[in-house]
Design a protein around this ligand. Structure first.
Ligand code: ATP
Ligand code: MG
Length: 253
């Protein structure tokens, strides 16, 4: 079985997609066969890797709902060697409603990954901003979860909320996910107070839960707009460096 990691979090725009795409690319460029599953109907990860959601006939939606039996049709190459993508598309929004009545509605992704993950050593799932059925599927499918926390919103309340959600999911559906990392993101030295907040979180939850941080770097949105991971778009940038350190950090867990 591949190592499965969900990238989740409580707030919109906290950097889930940026972390999912660039961590996946950093791990893949080291020779780990990596599969990134875009589980967000916004399809930001799909766009960030240069794929066009509207053009893709087979996406995670068709696979999860069993509408496309040939799974390979929804696995596309990316600009990073050894990183493949299962794209998303806007119609994934409908899955929440279409699956609502099904008894195994939270286990669709898990069942899909069991078939898809052969040949990969790592699977990373980019989750949407809410805790609906799609995120529930990701948490059921992935034993590990990472949550970026936006530098300017770093707060105990956000972390506590996340812990509660993971606990509730585990209670309902059997032990599935453990949160193995909070990733302080968009860290900017000029903004006071971020260091103190990280320290508070470390004191409360343990230092080992807080992973290496990603600095604020304008190259990240530029890389996403160009459809390339940061390691390829700007290999000498601060962000490329930070993602290498994060990949080291995740590799030894
Ligand atoms: N460290 C960073 N430095 C600069 N910009 C960043 C950084 N991290 C993320 N961004 C930018 O912030 C925006 C939001 O990031 P991202 O899309 O990764 O967040 P998200 O949590 O996936 O958002 P959504 O709720 O839309 O899924 C994007 O434009 C992204 O390029
Ligand atoms: Mg996102």
């Amino acid at each position: 079985m591949a190592r499965r990691i969900a990238v989740t979090g409580l707030k919109g725009g906290c950097g889930r997609t940026t972390v999912a795409v660039n961590l996946a690319a950093a791990l893949a460029l080291r020779g780990n066969k990596t599969l990134l599953v875009d589980l967000d109907p916004q399809a930001s990860a799909t766009l960030s890797l240069g794929a066009r959601p509207g053009r893709q006939e087979a996406t995670v939606y068709e696979l999860a709902l069993g509408l496309e039996k040939n799974l390979a049709r929804a696995v596309v190459p990316t600009p990073a060697r050894d990183l493949h993508l299962v794209p998303s598309a806007l119609r994934l929004f409908g899955a929440e409603l279409e699956l609502a009545e099904e008894p195994d509605r939270a286990k669709k992704l898990s069942a899909l990954l069991a078939k898809l993950e052969e040949g990969y050593s790592i699977v990373i799932v980019d989750c949407p901003a809410n805790f609906g059925l799609l995120t529930l599927n990701a948490l059921c499918a992935c034993p590990e979860a990472l949550a970026p926390i936006h530098g300017s919103y770093l707060s105990m309340a956000a972390v506590e909320g996340l812990m509660e959600v993971v606990e509730a999911v585990n209670g309902e559906l059997g032990p599935t996910t453990s949160l193995m990392g909070l990733i302080p993101n968009m860290i900017d030295k000029r903004m006071g107070g971020q260091g103190a907040l990280i320290k508070k979180i470390e004191e409360k939850y343990g230092k080992s839960l807080v992973r290496s941080r990603i600095r604020l770097d304008a190259k990240l949105p530029e890389a996403a707009a160009a459809g390339k991971p940061i390691q390829i778009f700007a290999p000498k940038s601060n962000a490329a460096y930070d993602f290498e350190i994060l990949a080291d950090d995740i590799s030894v867990l």
